[in-house]
Design a protein around this ligand. Structure first.
Ligand code: SF4
Length: 350
C-alpha cells in the first residue's frame, strides 16, 4: 500500500475505500513511520502543528442506570467507583478556571446519567453562563440522551459542543449495552447538531470488537459528519463485564488513529482516554495523526499532568491552540506548580 497516495486522496477530499482503511490497520511495523508521515500530511493541511488541550470535569459521578459494559459508573456493575452528587455551579466554574490555567481550549462537563434531569441541566447551564462571562474557553457537555428542548437550553447557555459517543459499531454495541441502542445515540447526536452545537462523537478501541466493527464505526462517524472524534483505548475497569480485557497494542493504537485520520481528514481528532497506558513511550507519535488530547486525566482515572503534556508537545515540536484561535508555545515551566487534578474522588457506596 502506498500511504502517500492515501494521503493525496484524503487531501483531495476523497473517502478511502474500506479496503484501504483496513490496510492501514494491517500496516507492517517497518512502515509505521511512513504511515504516520502520510497521516501527518493530512493532519498538517487542516490543523498545522497545533494541538488543543481538553479538560474533563466529572460533574456527577456514578449511580448511572445504564449498563455500558466498559463503564465503572454504571449502577449495574460492581466497580469500586462510588458515587457523588451533582457538583455545584461554583465547583464547575472553579474546574473551568483550573482548565483555563492549563491553557486548555475546551472544558467538558460530564454527568453519569441516561439523560439530564431538569435540575442537573439548570446547574450545567448556570455554570456555562458564568464560565462564558468570565473566561475565553470553549464549552462541551456530555449529559447522555438529549431532547430538542434540552439541546436548545444548552445552546442558549453558551455550550458550544455536545459529546455523545457511538463507542463501536451498531452490531457490536448490542453486545456491550442493553439499556439503550446505538440508534438512540445517533439520534442524540443529530439532535445536538440540529440545535446548533458542534458534535463530538467517537468510540473505544479494545471492546473486543472485530476489525470490521472498528471500520464500521469510523465510516458511520463520517456519515454523521461529526466535528470531533475522540478515540479512546479501553482501560478495563475492575467490576465491569470487560474487566480483564487487555490493553490494545501501542502500534495498533497508532494505526487505528491513522485510519481515523484518513477517514476524517478535517475533523478534530483526539487521542483520548487510555492514551498514557496504551501508548506508553509512543505517546508523542499520536500527535501526528491526532490534533488534540485530554490533559490532567479522565473521568474516573488519572492521566498525564498538564506539565507532562506541555513538555511532550514542546519536545515534539508542536504548539498549543487556544480558544481564542491564537497559537502559543507549550510552556511546561508555567505548568510546573499547577495542582495535579485527580479524577473525581468517589464517595464509597454503602
Ligand atoms: S451512560 Fe455513560 S455513565 Fe452511564 S453507564 Fe453508559 S458510559 Fe457509563
Amino acid at each position: 500500500m502506498n500511504w502517500q497516495s492515501l494521503a493525496d486522496h484524503a487531501l483531495a477530499g476523497g473517502v478511502p475505500s474500506r479496503e484501504a482503511a483496513r490496510a492501514v490497520l494491517h500496516a507492517p511495523a517497518d512502515e509505521t513511520l511512513a504511515l504516520l508521515d502520510a497521516a501527518f500530511r493530512v493532519r498538517r493541511a487542516h490543523w498545522g502543528r497545533r494541538v488543543s488541550l481538553h479538560v474533563l470535569e466529572n460533574a456527577k459521578l456514578g449511580a448511572c442506570p445504564e449498563d455500558c459494559g466498559f463503564c465503572s459508573q454504571s449502577s449495574k456493575h460492581s466497580s469500586p467507583g462510588g458515587e457523588a452528587p451533582m457538583k455545584s455551579v461554583d465547583e464547575l466554574v472553579a474546574g473551568a478556571r483550573r482548565a483555563h490555567a492549563t491553557r486548555a481550549k475546551r472544558y467538558c462537563m460530564v454527568t453519569a446519567t441516561r439523560g439530564p434531569s431538569q435540575r442537573d441541566l439548570d446547574t450545567i447551564c448556570a455554570a456555562a453562563e458564568q464560565i462564558k462571562s468570565e473566561m475565553e474557553i470553549e464549552l462541551c457537555a456530555s449529559l447522555g440522551i438529549l431532547t430538542e428542548a434540552k439541546a436548545k437550553r444548552l445552546v442558549d447557555s453558551g455550550v458550544d459542543r455536545f459529546n455523545h459517543n457511538l463507542e463501536t459499531s451498531e452490531r457490536h454495541y448490542a453486545t456491550i449495552v442493553s439499556t439503550h441502542t446505538w440508534r438512540d445515540r445517533v439520534e442524540t447526536v443529530q439532535i445536538a447538531k440540529r440545535a446548533g452545537m458542534d458534535t463530538c462523537c467517537g468510540g473505544i478501541v479494545g471492546l473486543g470488537e472485530s476489525e470490521d466493527d472498528l471500520l464500521d464505526l469510523a465510516f458511520a462517524l463520517r456519515e454523521l459528519d461529526v466535528d470531533s472524534v475522540p478515540v479512546n483505548f479501553l482501560d478495563a475497569r475492575p467490576g465491569t463485564p470487560l474487566a480483564g480485557y487487555p490493553l490494545v497494542e501501542p502500534a495498533y493504537a497508532l494505526r487505528a488513529l491513522c485510519m481515523f485520520r484518513f477517514v476524517h481528514p478535517r475533523t478534530d481528532l483526539r487521542v483520548a482516554g487510555g492514551r498514557e497506558l496504551t501508548l506508553r513511550a509512543l505517546q508523542a507519535f499520536a500527535l501526528y495523526p491526532a490534533n488534540s488530547i485530554f490533559t490532567q486525566g479522565y473521568l474516573t482515572t488519572g492521566g498525564a499532568t498538564a506539565h507532562a503534556d506541555h513538555q511532550m508537545i514542546r519536545d515534539a515540536g508542536f504548539e498549543l491552540e487556544l480558544a481564542s484561535g491564537e497559537t502559543v508555545a507549550a510552556d511546561p515551566d508555567a505548568m510546573a506548580n499547577l495542582p495535579t487534578r485527580r479524577p473525581s474522588l468517589p464517595v464509597a457506596r454503602s
